[in-house]
Structures are given as structure tokens and as C-alpha cells.
Write a protein of this length. Sequence first.
Length: 185
Amino acid sequence: MTTWIILAVLIGIVVYVIALYNQLVGKRQMVREGWSGIDVQLKRRADLIPNLVETVKGYAAHEREALEAVTEMRTRAAGVAPGDVAGRAQAEGMLSQALGRLFAVAESYPDLKASQNFSDLHASIDRIEHELQMARRYYNGAVRALNVMVESFPSNLVAQQFKFEKAEYFEIEDAADRAVPKVAF
């Protein structure tokens, strides 16, 4: 009888370890899916940027600095290694800042703001930025779920045994982006 009890306990432990392993695999796949979603939105944004730059060039040819900054940041973001979350977050943050400066320059040109092509591109980038924000939230939520399992007991024992590692959050690098905006009336 004792043998059956020990065997039942061992089988229970094995089943529990398998369940934890499968949960860890599921969480890791959610992190990968989340990163893929971010990557797709960043690619969509990067594909729109040359059209936006060309549209602005026609109206604001002497605003070369803003145009070159956007182009340079887009190239830099595209050159980041695929698995480098922190590097990609930093490069994309710099690209977002350059785009913000470009849109600020566009405000000085009423003809450009009235251009349907510019308006369509601006609206497309705004939509992509919204979708990108949602993809970042999903990714960071998936990272949180994985990291909790990797760090908490008893799943951490299974995670260590099968070499599961914590994932990196997609975070804003620039402290100015985190600052509370000043509102004056």
C-alpha cells in the first residue's frame, strides 16, 4: 500500500511539473507574440516615414535638419538586432521624438497642413502609434506574466531546470517622455 501512495505522489509531482512547464512555454510564446506585434507596427510606421518625408520636402525644403533627423533615426531603428528589446526601445523612442519635431515643423506650413496627402500620412501614423501603444501594453503584460512565473515558487524550480529566463520590458528610455506635462491657462 505504501508503494502505491509513493507512486501516486510521484505521478502527481510529475503531472504538476509538466503543467508548470506547459504554462511557462505558453507565457514565453505570448511574449514572442507580443514582440512580433510590436515589430509589425514598427515596420508599418517605418514604411510610411519615407512617404511622409517626401511630402514634407516638397513644402519645407529648407527644414533639412528635421527631415534628416527622421531619416537617420529610421535607419538607426531598422539596424537594431532583432532580439535587442532595450536597444529597439531606445531607437524607436528617438524616432518618435524626430517625428514629433517633423510634425511641429509642419505646423508652420499651412499649405502642407492642408495637403490631403500629408493629412492622410499623418492620420496613418497616428493610427499606427495607437496600435503600437496597444502592442507594447500586450507585450509588457506578457513579459510580466512570464517573469512572475520564472521568479515565483514552485514554478521557478521548473524554470531554472529548463532554462527559462526573464524577458525585458519595452520601456521608454528618455526621462523627458515620462515627465508630467505642464499645463498653463
